[in-house]
Design a protein around this ligand. Structure first.
Ligand code: PSU
Ligand code: MN
Length: 303
């Protein structure tokens, strides 16, 4: 594993660090917006008082704190493996390139001691999972790994009520920033319940700290709704998602290929609007995540 010097120093001094994933770069957005977004997200983390650590695998070496050149490379390169927990040993042993999903990024963050991780939307229970059994590994990782994940809910392509039920079974605390309902990725309207709506990053850090003191295993999911001015109307995006899901089934696209296909198709069908919303929500999450990491590090120093 290679940990960037700045990240290493910050961790050693108990300063705030925010982990970022690389699947969103290689599989979640088209080039060059993917690279621009990844760099903008890092910049947002810095502006809000924390050190960013984008995580990816280069020639089998896990890199924590990718350089801008490495991020550019990930954004352009074709055929990078999408790495969830089960793929990690293979990509490392075979010295391959790998983009880490929420699942693998959480595992690596935990290995190096990063408590907060920011992404766009987590994976979850897919629509029709009662037939396909397609449930993202992200949800099991949230149940097992002690990292707080800041996101705008689960991706719109999923079955949100089933995803929330699964999170409850896994014992994942679901917190929401200034909203009583679970974030709905591209749009505002939602009916999913959350466990608690907090009003400040400091209040959220208090809850994370209480969990740590109690010795409770597993992650916390922090839901942050998309900024209102960037939200897409619920009915509009829903009908597009329905169409993309239908096409995915018709074309027999399954397993780990489903999510990248759907995200790409939704960008095409919305004429790029979904991409702008996706970028806005990730940057917004980076602000909140950095602030939570900052307050968490302040509280840990007082212990
Ligand atoms: N959120 C996004 N874009 C993405 C992803 C999440 O806005 O590309 C990625 C994450 O890496 C997540 C993965 O872990 O999709 C989920 O894939 P699957 O549904 O195959 O588990
Ligand atoms: Mn899956």
């Amino acid at each position: 594993m290679k940990v960037a010097k700045q990240v290493q120093e910050a961790l050693a001094l108990g300063q705030p660090v925010v982990a970022l994933e690389s699947t969103i770069i290689s599989h979640g957005m088209p080039y060059p917006k993917n690279v621009e977004t990844a760099l903008k997200v890092e910049e947002t983390v810095r502006k809000n008082g924390a050190i960013p650590a984008t995580i990816g695998i280069i020639n089998g070496e896990i890199v924590v704190g990718m350089s801008p050149e490495e991020i550019e490379d990930f954004g352009k390169k074709k055929g990078i493996a999408k790495v969830s927990k089960r793929d990690l040993p293979i990509v490392v042993a075979k010295k391959l390139y790998g983009a880490t999903t929420v699942s693998a990024t959480m595992l690596v963050a935990k290995m190096v001691g990063i408590d907060v991780f920011v992404t766009g939307g987590i994976g979850g229970v897919h629509r029709g999972a009662e037939k396909t059994f397609d449930i993202s590994r992200d949800l099991k990782e949230l149940g097992e790994v002690d990292v707080a994940v800041v996101c705008s809910g689960a991706k719109a392509i999923l079955d949100i009520p089933k995803t929330l039920e699964y999170l409850e079974t896994e014992g994942v605390t679901v917190l929401s920033y200034k909203a009583k309902k679970f974030a709905n990725f591209y749009s505002l309207a939602t009916d999913g319940p959350v466990d608690y709506a907090f009003d400040s990053a400091e209040e959220c850090a208090e809850i994370l700290n209480a969990k740590k003191k109690l010795g409770l295993k597993g992650g916390v999911l922090i839901s942050n709704p998309i900024p209102e001015e960037m939200a897409l109307p619920h009915e509009y995006i829903d009908s597009i998602v329905d169409q993309a899901v239908r096409e995915c089934e018709e074309q027999g696209i399954k397993g780990k290929d489903a999510t990248p296909f759907l995200l790409k198709r939704i960008v095409e069908l919305t004429g790029g609007k979904s991409l702008e919303s996706n970028i806005a929500l990730v940057c917004h999450n980076a602000e909140l995540g950095a602030q939570i990491a900052y307050h968490l590090s302040q509280k840990r120093k007082q212990l």
